[in-house]
Structures are given as structure tokens and as C-alpha cells.
Ligand binder design. Structure first.
Ligand code: PLP
Length: 466
């Protein structure tokens, strides 16, 4: 690794400014006050570099978003061209801009056939939040104003605006935060690893579908607007549902006039080998699909809600004379973000990035699973470029290590020492790389993780946790 000693004073000053003034999202302040943050300053392809010139393989694509990899000059150029030509103008009141129009048409072309209309936002939380408002509005407009409740799932992650945080079912995420409980009911997540002992995958799937049916029975279909689900649960632990689960859940929703919303903020734009996973991988036809992250590969903030023809017909009919669809953001359809997304999609198509994921993804899964022999590895799961290691104290009982052991942080630290950034989430470690990894990179990453897991077991022993 390279170092820039001449810059160390500048780095120290930045570190201090950051620690004194930047309230970081999802940050444990017991560590932050002491350690502050690592400043990531440079990037190139599959790599990022910190302020001291240490280079790391990016194992998390920024935050599951830099799908085409870092340092794509042509995306930067497309953004610069748009920013200098016309950085911003309103999309309210019958005004539009070229990139927003082009992108909406491109998304309609890529999405399942019945999803032809796009509502823009600035990210995933805002897309989910806007969706629920639109869904409520829709049911008000069709004379079903009692259909308000949204079904979500325990351990779901849908963001942190007030409404998106309420949809989120990861308990620790809402620790001492309030949620809008009158609007949301959480069902069980589909967790094959921790399903009841001695239950087959098929029986487990039946039980989850029954739970949905019983919940609808209890609350009343007349009071339920929608069911929202990530095709593979991401931040909640990369949970892959049993075969057929999503299609069966959707069928029950459809039979009860409950809209089906797929949150494809992570699974969209290639991570599972397709632009959209809902239909291609999970055989579902959602009424609404939400995307963000990989839509622009993180080069600019952007979210989009893809809406069916059927819903659009209602949303696009005014309430009455003077009626307006009064929802949206100053930055809905931001020209610079849309220009970034268009170039990003062009790259995904031109370079066959979905093909690479379908080719290299199964190899990554297979190679990662060779790490299962490590003492603390309870489960390795996921699909294609969306994977996770679940660390445990005891493989048989699946008991967890105490929170204070910070096992996820330990593995991530060991990996970072060896040149790889992966993401700790409690006792989990997530691997969600840029979609341009090839087999050589996978082999290097698996070697690093092999060493990192061995080193982690050792430090856990040294500290009396194992
Ligand atoms: N939905 C899912 C499935 C996500 O994983 C995330 C972010 O990780 C969000 C929504 C929220 O997106 P954002 O952070 O862009 O608001």
C-alpha cells in the first residue's frame, strides 16, 4: 500500500472536521467518538482508496449501489455535460427535461411489460414513501378509502423516512425511534436458516403463506392496501425466500385486491443478473417496483417508482376540476441524475454486465461457501452478487455471540487490514460487490476472507468469547 505522508496534516484536519460536525447515518457513536471515520477519497473500477493511499477491493459497491464500478469517466462526463447545459429546471406544472423523459421511456422498456409509468424521487426511502402515498391516493380515488394498511415483514429494510422506517422491520433500526404503527403490520420474514427445526422448505413456505392469509382474515382485506417485499431481503440479512414464496404471496394479494410492491432498490439493475428480478427470477408481476441505488450506480442520487398501466389510469385522472396529483419533489426527474442513470444503463447493456453477474455470480456463491468450515460461520447465503455470512457462537445450536463481541466488526476489520472492504451488520457480514468482478477477483476475495475468518476466531478466543 502507498502512503501520502505529506498530506497527513490535511487528512488529520479532515478527520477532525468530520468527527466534530458530520452526524453520520447508522453509526455507533461509542466507536465514532473515539475513532472517527476512515476517509475514502479515491476510486477506480473495483477499488477504493483511503486518504492515506491504502487501496481496498470494494466488496460492497459503496452501499450496494456502485453496480458498474468506480471511476467511470463517461458517467461523470454525461453529468458534467448536462450540468453545464441545464443543471436543473422544474418538472412540476407541465415542464420536463430531456434526460428525465428519455430515462422514463428506457425504464418502461426494461421493466416487466405492464409497468410503463415512472414517478421519480431522490433515493430508495423516498421512493417507498412516495409509493405509499400514491397507493393510498389510488384507493381513495377508486372509492375504497379504508384500504390503508400496508403489510411488510420483520427484518425488511425499506429506508428511513418516517414512513419507510415504519415499513422497515429490523427491530434494532427503530430502537427508541417512533414508527407509524397504525399504518403497518409486519409478517414473519422468510428465514430458511432460522426456520423452525425439522420443518421442510415446502412446509415452511406453506406456513408463511398461511400467515398472510390469516392476517388478511384478521385485519380484513377491505383495510389492507398493499404488501411490500424485497425479492431478497438485503440489510435484514440477505434472506432468500423458499422456492415459490413470492409468487404465492402475490397470488394471495391479488385474490384480495391487495397491491404487490416489490422493493428492488438492491436487487434491481443487475445484482441478480437482470435489470429487474421480480419477473425474471421470482416469477412475480408486481403492481409497483421501486428502484434506486444501481439505477444510477450511485453516481447521483435517484429513485424511481415504476407503476402499472392500471394504476396509472387512476392516478392520471384528476380528482375533479382543478384537481392535481399533488405529490413530488423539487428534484423529481433531476436532469443530472437522470443523465447519470441513462449512461449507467448504457454501460450495463454495452458491457453485458447482467451476463457477467449470471456467469460470475454462481462462482462467487460456490467459492464463498467453501468458507463454511470456519468455526464461527453458521451460514453463507444469498444469490449472485448479493451474499452474506452469518457468524455464530455455535454452529449446531446457531446461538449468537454476545453483542459486545462485535463479531461482524471483527471480520470486517481483519478483511480491511488485508485490503478488502466488506460490510458488518451486527453479527453478519455482507458481500455485495460492483458487478464487474471476475473469477480472479473472486479468488482473491475468498482468500482474504479465509484468512480474515481464521484471524477473527483467534481474536475471539484471545478475548474469551470462544
Ligand atoms: N429499500 C431497500 C431494499 C434498501 O436496501 C434501501 C437502502 O439500503 C432502501 C430502500 C433505502 O434507500 P435509500 O437509502 O436510498 O433511501
Amino acid at each position: 500500500s502507498r502512503s501520502h505522508p505529506s498530506q497527513s496534516e490535511d487528512v488529520q484536519s479532515l478527520w477532525q472536521k468530520d468527527r466534530d460536525h458530520f452526524i453520520h447515518p447508522f453509526t455507533d457513536f461509542s466507536l465514532f467518538h473515539e475513532q472517527g471515520c476512515d476517509l475514502i477519497t479515491d476510486s477506480d473500477g473495483i477499488y477504493v482508496e483511503d486518504a492515506y493511499g491504502h487501496r481496498y477491493i470494494d466488496g460492497i459497491a459503496g452501499l450496494w449501489c456502485v453496480n458498474v464500478g468506480h471511476g467511470r469517466g463517461e458517467i461523470g462526463q454525461a453529468m458534467a455535460d448536462q450540468a453545464t447545459r441545464m443543471a436543473y429546471f422544474s418538472t412540476f406544472n407541465n415542464l420536463s427535461n430531456a434526460p428525465a423523459a428519455e430515462l422514463a421511456a428506457k425504464l418502461a422498456e426494461l421493466a416487466p411489460a405492464h409497468l410503463n409509468h415512472v414517478f421519480y424521487s431522490c433515493g430508495g426511502s423516498a421512493a417507498n414513501d412516495a409509493t405509499i402515498r400514491l397507493v393510498h391516493y389510488y384507493f381513495n380515488r377508486v372509492g375504497k378509502p379504508h384500504k390503508k394498511r400496508i403489510l411488510s415483514r420483520n427484518n425488511a429494510y425499506h429506508g428511513t423516512t418516517y414512513l419507510a422506517a415504519s415499513l422497515t422491520g429490523i427491530k434494532s433500526n427503530n430502537w427508541d425511534f417512533d414508527t407509524l404503527d397504525h399504518l403497518v403490520t409486519h409478517l414473519s420474514e422468510a428465514n430458511l436458516y432460522r426456520r423452525p427445526e425439522d420443518m421442510s422448505e415446502a412446509d415452511y413456505c406453506d406456513s408463511l403463506v398461511s400467515e398472510l392469509e390469516e392476517t388478511i382474515e384478521r385485519i380484513g382485506a377491505d383495510n389492507i392496501a398493499a404488501f411490500i417485499a424485497e425479492p431478497i431481503m438485503g440489510a435484514g440479512g440477505v434472506l432468500v425466500a423458499p422456492d415459490g414464496y413470492h409468487a404465492r404471496m402475490q397470488a394471495v394479494c391479488r385474490a384480495n385486491d391487495i397491491l404487490y410492491i416489490a422493493d428492488e432498490v438492491v436487487t434491481g439493475f443487475g445484482r441478480l443478473g437482470h435489470f429487474f428480478a421480480s419477473e425474471a427470477v421470482f416469477d412475480t408481476q408486481p403492481d409497483i417496483i421501486n428502484v434506486a441505488k444501481g439505477l444510477s450506480s450511485g453516481y447521483a442520487p435517484l429513485g424511481a417508482t415504476l407503476i402499472s398501466d392500471e394504476l396509472y389510469e387512476v392516478l392520471s385522472t384528476p380528482q375533479g376540476p382543478g384537481g392535481v396529483l399533488s405529490t413530488g419533489f423539487t428534484y423529481s426527474g433531476h436532469p443530472v441524475s437522470c443523465a447519470a442513470a441513462l449512461k449507467n444503463i448504457e454501460i450495463i447493456e454495452r458491457e453485458g454486465i447482467c451476463d457477467n453477474v449470471r456467469e460470475t455470480g454462481p462462482y462467487l456463491e460456490r467459492r464463498l461457501k467453501t468458507l463454511a468450515h470456519h468455526e464461527t460461520v453458521g451460514d453463507i447465503r444469498g444469490s449472485h452478487f448479493m451474499l452474506c455470512i452469518e457468524n455464530v457462537a455455535d454452529k449446531t445450536s446457531k446461538a449468537l455471540l454476545p453483542v459486545e463481541a462485535r463479531v461482524g466488526d471483527r471480520v470486517a476489520f481483519e478483511a480491511q487490514q488485508r485490503g478488502l472492504i466488506i460490510r458488518p451488520v451486527g453479527h453478519l457480514n455482507i458481500v455485495s460487490p460492483p458487478l464487474i468482478w471476475d473469477r480472479d477477483v473472486v479468488d482473491r476475495v475468498v482468500d482474504i476472507l479465509d484468512e480474515s475468518l481464521a484471524a477473527t476466531s483467534q481474536t475471539l478466543k484471545d478475548d474469551g468469547y470462544l
